[in-house]
Design a protein around this ligand. Sequence first.
Ligand code: CUA
Length: 353
Amino acid sequence: MQPERRDPRSRPPGRGRAARLSGRRASACLPGLSLLALSACAGPQSTLTDAGTESAAVAWLFWIMLAGAVVIWLLVMGLSVYATKINPAAHSEKTGLRLIAWGGVVFPTVVLAVLIVWGLEKMPEFRGEGEGPKIAVSGERFWWRVAYGVEGEPGVVKSLPAGGVESANELWLPVGRRTEILLGSPDVIHSFWVPSIAGKTDTIPGRVNRIVLEPTREGVYNGVCAEFCGEAHAQMAFRVIVVPPAEYEAYVARQAQGAAVPQGPGFDAFMKNGCNACHSVRGTPAAGQIGPDLTHVGSRKTIGAGTLPLSAQNLSQFIAVTEHVKQGVEMPSYSMLPASEIDAMAQWLEGLK
Ligand code: CUA
């Protein structure tokens, strides 16, 4: 027996009204949904927050291109309405070809050429010399090694921040100054990006890249890794703290000092369990070079490269179930240790202001 055939163009019985209604509802939601998307266009991690000279230029270019795109969209829509509704009669081939030549070849070529020349002309301004001491930043798996006050070119492999005061996952910058950042990586490619202040630059094993950050407004901004680098790529963030130059100098001087609490039960547990094989705490015998320098970890805003806010409780959690908090992290979990030892370490680390 042949199954009943239905004309594919006909709607299923009784569904037409419902489909039209849900379609209308969906279009009514559209403006709301686009507002939701726009809400991401501000804040500490937006390219449209012009907190740096380079990001201000990027934001300006974005608005100009958006305005241009709106004008072009209106033109194309107007033409299609004209050609299908207002004057649907057949148009001559000559008119069509002329439209393609001017609208599809000449216009985009001229616009793109102007944008490229403008961009190339801007580049030297952004990539010029920095002022004052340099900061070295190394993309590690999966965190950021930072060294302040680096003189000359640092080594390109593990020793990138040679010289200078070492810290991690937090970058302090003086407002209104052009600070040169030297970027490297010991193993895989990352990309260093502070959207609110400047464009992004890759950290590439075996070479030193440079970027100049010129923040124009004080505040706390977010930085991210913008190149897929492995399992914990999404948890490789950092904070950028922009302060007046005098406060910046005071911060670097504070970071240069040794640990505030060089002894105690937390320190004993840290040494006994071998944490010093990977971590340094200056002013104590802990001098590991593999993981983040913890000399002033208690003064940072986050742990695990932006994964959790800094607190003794979160430090305990990070030490106990590291892999659970941040999948793909190189540090093993220490859940086999007694909770009292983990808590003692966490409290000691939190006190390292
Ligand atoms: Cu490092 Cu992505």
